[in-house]
Design a protein around this ligand. Sequence first.
Ligand code: KIV
Length: 271
Amino acid sequence: MSTQGTVRAVTTYRLSEMKQNGEKISMLTAYDYSMARILDAAGIDVILVGDSAANVMAGFETTVPITLDNMIYHGRAVARAVERALVVVDLPFGTYQGNSKEALSSAIRIMKETEADAVKLEGGEEVLESVERILSAGIPVMGHLGLTPQSIHKYGTYSVRAKEQAEADKLIRDAHLLEDAGCFGIVLEKIPAVLASRVANELKIPIIGIGAGGGVDGQVLVVHDMLGITNEFSPRFLRRYADLHTIMTDAFTNYIKDVKNGDFPNEKEQY
Ligand code: KIV
């Protein structure tokens, strides 16, 4: 829903149509009003208020520390900006795993306090009860399988997931469970392209990949990574569409120089 109370043009139903028509789905993260406005005006289909905000906005090493209040702050800023794209907000670590009633109240807080359109959460069978309870309240849910950064302390590494047959089999099972429960889509992160493509072919709901190859129904990237604001993070799957780190550094150093020299402000830049 937009702040005007009207349904945004991109709905979960529209995403399902896009999959049926073979139209690829574009998705990027955003965490603030100004970025979300630019993304929405550019025509992005889905904006994810990812818990990667913990990394790129707050500077934490993992996504574990970000809170529900933090996610609601970011979600509200993004949802206020967006008129067209579907807005999905991540449920942060610790707000849905242990107890499905708590999962539902976390999801309800996100929906009421941000005016986003859907929530996303990580995991398969182990969080199925939470998924089902959230869905039963009429809240659209997106799944997230493969590399699930909230479980970093279990796996100890961000390397490619589901390379072994047993883990690949579990991922396929989990994807079917999420679809059968009623999820409207699934993010597959950092898994072999062949496996991701198999899941996209077997499932009717849209599969959005990040580091999962081109055989899925859409792609998502973290906006700071694709804009080249974060220049120390270079996984193989990342394509940089700009080098904002250099552009911003040049702008900042020129501003500092102009202030120090007394060149800014000039006569036309004052009252
Ligand atoms: O938090 C996030 O940005 C995500 C994407 C990597 C899919 O979950």
